[in-house]
Write a protein that binds this ligand. Structure first.
Ligand SMILES: [Zn+2]
Ligand SMILES: [Zn+2]
Length: 126
């Protein structure tokens, strides 16, 4: 089967995308190395300690969630283990979805409201 010649525009796009991806990876590797030099290898949440052996499980979190914000003094970085990092982002997603700063408090508030609404409903039917 003959190999089809690829559309040149498509090939160019692929190259651009590959280049952009490589640059992003380089940049990520760069700030991770810097963060690992700046900070002790300890998760900022659960205080788990890391060694060279499991260092790949220690990730760099951006405090303001902007991955392009990488001040050289490390003020936007926090070292988190994979689990705590996941949790941190889940919380942030929740917070931004509901447009509030303290998702925990709001959570119980909505719980309460749901209950009081339910209460009223039940009373109506009694
Ligand atoms: Zn952790
Ligand atoms: Zn993060």
């Amino acid at each position: 089967m003959p190999i089809k010649k690829r559309d040149p525009d498509r090939a160019k796009l692929d190259r651009v995308v590959a280049e952009a991806r490589r640059q992003k990876e380089d940049r990520e590797k760069g700030y991770r190395e810097q963060a690992l030099k700046l900070y002790p290898w300890v998760c900022g949440r659960c205080a788990r300690e890391f060694t060279l052996k499991n260092l790949h499980e220690l990730t760099v979190h951006h405090r303001n969630h902007n991955h392009d914000d990488n001040p050289p003094d490390g003020s936007n970085w926090e070292l988190l283990c994979l689990y705590c990092h996941d949790e941190e982002h889940a919380r942030y997603l929740h917070a931004s979805t509901y447009g509030e700063t303290s998702p925990k408090e709001r959570h119980s508030e909505t719980g309460y409201k749901a209950f009081s609404g339910l209460d009223a409903l039940l009373k109506k039917h009694q």
